[in-house]
Ligand binder design. Structure first.
Ligand code: ADP
Length: 522
């Protein structure tokens, strides 16, 4: 085990092993050994007290105790040294007394060797010394590695992450407890020597990740190369991140698994928040844009009533007292009606959601549709003077439930266009209103200049004006507003026209009508 593993961190407390010599009063042994150690990475120490000796013995490659007599103290030293856990040095007693040696042998078998230097030849001692020192250094080294290994595994086991250590052959060398808890059903394969492929198969099975699961390929890639990082989510909702780190000197690979669920959840929450902010911002921008568009369209609608007011006021100014009272009353009534229409329109805009959301919403009410068409045609007659505006209304019931202000805008636009794009002398505008059980149908037909065929599709686009409209006042927003307001009623608007042959606009608005009731014909 220790041969396999050397940790990347040097945990050794001391730089080089020690030869401990205790009780060498005249330093003769110390001097002798001093002569023998050049070439070795060792130091010599002469601890002054038994306690100091016990302390350093753990890091010693050899321990010499010079024994003058077989006293209790010397026996105690041998006992104590051998009972210190992890001491790897040979404990060697040096004594000149044969009978002490005998006594030591019997009483303190804990000494690994007992030498009398007086009778042992120097050559023999040198040989024995080298042999034992080499062994001591080796054992010390191995013990240090083992210590490091134990400490390292200790670190791994207290870490919050789960670990598997693979050896060079990609076989399990170590699995942390966390792993066994993470995959309890794969417990029996989490043993030293299991090849990585079996680990992968077992974990995938335990997770219920089959070959067709999108997570499988990513996991396979990771486990087969044991490189990099990959994240996946267990069916329980737990997010795990696996990281493979190569150990130094090609000793193998550590695969750590970290539970990143909290982090992931925070990441998701942040992302969601970000998206919501972006959505809110986009909605805000869109609302602003729509607002501007509608305001520009709606303000165009003020032109018709203002034209009526202006026209009538001019007439009154011109004729002054010569205007018959009846006529004057009629003109003033028209002016007041136009003013109230303007006010109504302003209210419609202000009371709708337009300013808040940029969108118009319907305010439905019951009203007499036939009456409204009649009034608006009359209004156009006043403005147009000269056009023949005919109405034909055939409805099973004149009452509809729609947004009266918006319907007024739709009809006014269709009527004023019909008048505007038709020559006043022979101009005929025919307005037909009818219904089926499901919808209201309004047709506005004129015999005016018509629309070039290749331009028909464009006329409902905002600001689009056909080439034929040059020289005729307008802004190109009326029909786009008509289309918008018709769609708001879930209706349709269409046009048929030929250049020079007038135009026919048809408006269909869904509405349930009682077919049995008497027709309201005008
Ligand atoms: P404007 O009337 O201000 O030009 P509109 O959006 O109401 O804007 O109409 C767009 C264009 O459609 C007009 O410029 C015109 O070319 C064409 N158009 C609309 N109604 C008629 C019609 N009755 N006869 C001929 N052309 C029409």
């Amino acid at each position: 085990m220790a041969d396999f593993f050397s940790s990347p961190i040097d945990l050794r407390k001391k730089a080089s092993p020690v030869i401990s010599i205790y009780g060498d009063v005249g330093h003769s042994l110390t001097r002798m050994i001093w002569e023998l150690i050049p070439g070795y990475d060792v130091t010599i120490s002469n601890p002054a007290t038994p306690e100091a000796l016990y302390e350093e013995a753990y890091d010693s490659a050899m321990v010499f105790v010079v024994v003058g007599s077989a006293t209790d103290e010397n026996l105690e030293i041998a006992n104590k040294l051998s009972s210190i856990n992890g001491v790897v040095a040979d404990i060697i007693a040096i004594t000149p007394e044969p009978d002490i040696r005998k006594r030591l042998h019997i009483l303190a078998a804990k000494f690994d060797a007992i030498y009398n230097l007086d009778i042992l030849s120097t050559q023999d001692f040198v040989q024995i010394f080298h042999h034992k020192l080499k062994k001591g250094i080796m054992r010390l080294h191995a013990r240090l590695q083992e210590d490091e290994y134990t400490a390292f595994l200790g670190f791994l086991s207290v870490s919050a992450d789960a670990f598997i250590v693979f050896d060079q052959q990609k076989r399990i060398f170590y699995v942390s407890e966390h792993y066994l808890r993470l995959y309890p059903r794969s417990r029996e394969i989490f043993v030293r020597g299991t090849p990585v492929q079996r680990v992968f198969d077992s974990i995938s099975r335990e997770m219920g990740v089959g070959q067709h699961d999108p997570r499988y390929q990513a996991a396979l890639q990771f486990w087969s190369t044991l490189k990099g990082q990959f994240e996946f989510m267990l069916d329980s909702g737990t997010h795990l991140r696996m990281t493979a780190v190569e150990l130094p000197h090609k000793q193998g690979t550590i695969v750590s698994t970290t539970n990143i669920t909290t982090y992931k959840n925070q990441e998701f929450a942040l992302e969601k928040q970000q998206q919501e902010l972006e959505r809110a911002l986009a909605a805000e921008q869109e609302a602003g844009l729509l607002q501007k568009q509608f305001i520009s369209m709606v303000s165009h609608e003020f032109r018709t009533p203002l034209a009526i007011i202006d026209g009538n006021a001019q007439l009154i100014q011109r004729m002054k007292c010569s205007m018959p009272e009846e006529e004057m009353t009629k003109r003033l009534k028209t002016i007041r009606a136009a003013v109230s229409r303007t006010v109504n329109m302003m209210e419609a805009v202000l009371s709708s959601n337009l300013l808040k959301t940029g969108k118009l919403d319907l305010n439905r009410e019951d009203f007499d549709f036939a009456n409204l068409v009649t009034e608006l045609c009359e209004e156009q007659r006043n403005l147009a003077r000269g056009h023949n505006i005919q109405t034909e209304i055939s409805m099973t019931s004149p009452v509809v439930n729609m947004d009266k202000k918006f319907i007024t805008i739709i009809l006014t636009n269709l009527l004023s266009n019909a008048v505007k794009f038709t020559d006043s002398e022979n101009g005929v505008v025919q307005v037909t209103v009818s219904n089926t059980s499901r919808e209201l149908i309004v047709k506005v037909k004129d015999n005016g200049i018509g629309i070039p065929e290749d331009e028909i599709d464009n006329i409902f686009m905002k600001f689009y004006r056909a080439t034929t409209s040059s020289g005729i006042a307008g802004s190109g927003v009326g029909l786009s507003l008509v289309k918008e307001l018709t769609h708001l009623h879930k209706g349709r608007i269409s046009v048929k026209s030929k250049l020079g042959e007038g135009a026919l606009f048809t408006l269909n608005i869904p509405q349930d009508f009682p077919l049995e009731q008497g027709a309201a014909n005008r």
